[in-house]
Design a protein around this ligand. Structure first.
Ligand code: SF4
Length: 301
């Protein structure tokens, strides 16, 4: 992939909209993004999906469970869960209360149970009990948005950018996107990272976000990509993300409020039924119930 006119335009917009961020040509940003990708590849040569699974279906279920939970918590639950329920039909026909009990510790268990059973029913009824291999089909499943769909597609060897909470934060800090909306971030990263590297690059950002570029304590002084990251000079808290931070803290000005609205309550079929918001999925940081995720209003983030 390459940055075309759209990519260059986005870069110029980034320079205008985000104070403190110098304009950068599309070509320069692509070069920088790929240099970052190479460094991360040296640090994480063979990144693995952090959710334990042994089939695309198990990965689908685990990713649904990981919304507003931690991967470690999900990995504690899934061995017993997958021993008890093996197929989409097993999940679809499970007693709701039993399934709720089995996944209780991952949080939002009622909404997740509903999503898992609805998705499993749809797999049985529409897809012959198999997990489909296209994004268009996957996002028809309850509880599945682009992020979960791309995780599953990666399992099938189909390239996709997975925008979870870490990818979202790091791509903004690294100024690889001017956007806050996960779908737009996905497009921006697709434009600068070679297609074959989309899955691995996403996973590397996720691991790097956990280990180095932490949400609250980014380790800029010792960071391997600090010379390629415009946020290094701001200690990881650049001014172009300030409106977003203010919005999430309820102190947004007009622009921040707009961002907050865009981030807004998670709305879709899972989150809309949950008592709070369940939105972030793979590798999300745990949040207390009712605390806005700050993610987009789409159903899983
Ligand atoms: S320099 Fe700081 S903000 Fe940039 S990637 Fe490294 S830790 Fe994150």
């Amino acid at each position: 992939m390459h940055v075309g006119a759209a990519g260059g335009g986005l870069v110029r917009r980034a320079g205008r909209r985000n104070s403190g961020l110098a304009p950068e040509t599309g070509a320069a940003r692509t070069r920088r993004a790929r240099a970052i990708a190479r460094r991360l590849a040296r640090r994480y040569p063979h990144p693995e999906i952090p959710l334990h699974h042994s089939s695309p279906f198990q990965l689908l279920i685990a990713t649904i469970l990981s919304a507003q939970s931690t991967d470690a918590q999900v990995n504690l639950v899934t061995p017993g869960l997958f021993q008890r329920y093996r197929t989409p039909a097993d999940f679809a026909n499970a007693r709701r209360e039993e399934l709720e009990q089995a996944i209780h510790s991952t949080g939002f268990f009622r909404a997740k149970t509903r999503a898992i059973q609805n998705a499993s029913r749809m797999l049985v009824e529409r897809f012959g009990g198999e997990v489909p291999r296209t994004l268009e089909e996957l996002v028809q499943l309850d509880g599945v948005g682009r992020k979960t769909a791309n995780v599953v597609l990666c399992k099938f060897g189909v390239p996709g950018i997975v925008v979870d909470t870490h990818v979202r934060r790091l791509s903004r800090r690294m100024a690889l996107t001017a956007h806050d909306d996960p779908d737009k971030i996905e497009q921006d990263l697709m434009a600068v990272i070679p297609r074959a590297d989309w899955c691995a690059f996403s996973l590397r950002l996720i691991y790097f976000g956990r280990e180095v570029c932490d949400a609250r304590r980014p380790q800029c002084p010792s960071c391997q990509v600090r010379d390629l990251c415009p946020s290094a000079r701001y200690g990881g808290f650049p001014p172009w993300m300030a409106a977003h931070r203010a919005g999430r803290n309820g102190r947004a000005g007009r622009a921040g409020a707009g961002l907050a609205r865009a981030a807004g309550p998670a709305s879709g079929r899972i989150a809309g039924r949950a008592s709070g918001r369940i939105g972030r999925g793979l590798t999300a940081e745990r949040r207390p119930r009712g605390v806005p995720s700050g993610a987009s209003g789409r159903r899983e983030r």
